[in-house]
Structure formats: structure tokens, C-alpha cells
Design a protein around this ligand. Sequence first.
Ligand code: 6PG
Length: 236
Amino acid sequence: MNHPLSPQNTRWKSFDSVEGLRHAVCDAIVSRAQEAILQRGRFSIVLAGGHTPRAVYRLLRDLPQTAYVDWSKWHIYHGDERCLPPEHEDRNSLMVEQVWTHFVAIPKENIHDISAELGPVAGAAAYANTLAGAPTFDLVLLGLGEDGHTASLFPNHAVDNSADAVPVFDSPKPPSERITLSQNRLNNSRQVIFIVSGAGKQDAVENWRKGVPIPATLIAPENGVDVYCYEVKIAA
Ligand code: 6PG
């Protein structure tokens, strides 16, 4: 098990409704984007996979013109991807396209999907190459699995941190073959927001808050992490 390179500074935010959580994440993304584009002329965001963030991506699709979002300056990356064909319904990249990016004017060349169809080793090498040209991420979105995994960093599965993108061969969450950004590369970011929704995540959150070293605690960027929670009790 890898260990955090620095202690994680964690800020917990509880929401009374899933809609409240979703809108808060959407608002945080948009304000981070406006700030990044103003300061650096581009916004680099890493997307979480799985089901939880879908509705947030849909809110981004439905943003009004008055949000003045300059999609041409957005760069999309993925925190992990399943080694499946691009058109497979379980691909994170397909989910993002179907609920969001197909509907907005982010330039195709700015959407950096992981070529996971190449398989874990070749796909990870190709993405590490893509990431070599990527700046510090402005924002990383992450989910949390019931076992405390995040991206495709799983408990008792040490991850090779020598590369920005690494292969996973035995994921306990199907499919077994995946590609994930490494702990180090995920930590090279200005902001990290975990989106945690559903009572099924309660044990993982309790372990997290008790200091049990679950993979989510590996993510310890300089500015700390924000954990947006719904249906998970955050004991004082
Ligand atoms: C994946 C995700 C994974 C996900 C968690 C939570 O590709 O499977 O990256 O890390 O974020 O498993 O998934 P849910 O949001 O579906 O609960």
C-alpha cells in the first residue's frame, strides 16, 4: 500500500439534498474554470468516472449562456478508464460525451480520452505521453468507492508512481483491467474535489475520517482536498 507523501488536509462539506451537492460541485467547477482561464488562459480538469458525477456533467451541459463559459479554453482529462472499446457503455469517456461534451463547444483536440482500448500497458504509456504535455491540473474530480478506492487506486494494490498514468490488471471493481492516473500525478493539482453520494459510502468515509489509510487518503495535494457529501453522516 502506498502512503501519502504528505498528510492530507481534508475539508468536509455535507449537503441535505443530492441536487444541492450536484449544483455545488457544478458551481465550484465553473468558478475554478473562470479563474484559471483569467489567470492562465486555459482550464485543465480531470474527470471522475462512475455514476455519481454524471448528473454534475449534465448540469455543465445545461449551463445558461449567462454563465459566460468559454468552452474553447477547457481541457478535459480522465482520472481513470476501463480497458474496454471506446463505444462500450461502461467507458467513462463515453458517459462524459453522452451527457455533456457532445453538447458543448469544447474543441475535440482538447478532450484527452484515455486510449484504454489499447490495453492497460500500451494505453497507460500513451496517456503518460499525453500527460507529459499537460500542465498542473486546475481541478481534479474524484469519486469514492465503498472500499475506499478512488480513480482506479484500490486498497492493497500498490501503484507504480513512477509514471503519470499506470496500468491496473486486477481491479476488484470490474473490469479488472484499467488505466489510472497515479497518486503523484493526481496530487499535481491546484484543487481536488471528491464527490461522495450514497449511504453505501458510509464505511469508507468513517474509515477515512478515523485515519485508516484508504486509497482516497493518498490524494494529498498542497491545497488539500474538499469532500462534498450527501447521504453520508459526518460525525462532528
Ligand atoms: C471508475 C471510477 C471509480 C468511481 C468510484 C465511485 O471508473 O469506476 O473512477 O473510482 O469513481 O468507484 O463510483 P460511483 O460513483 O459509481 O459510486
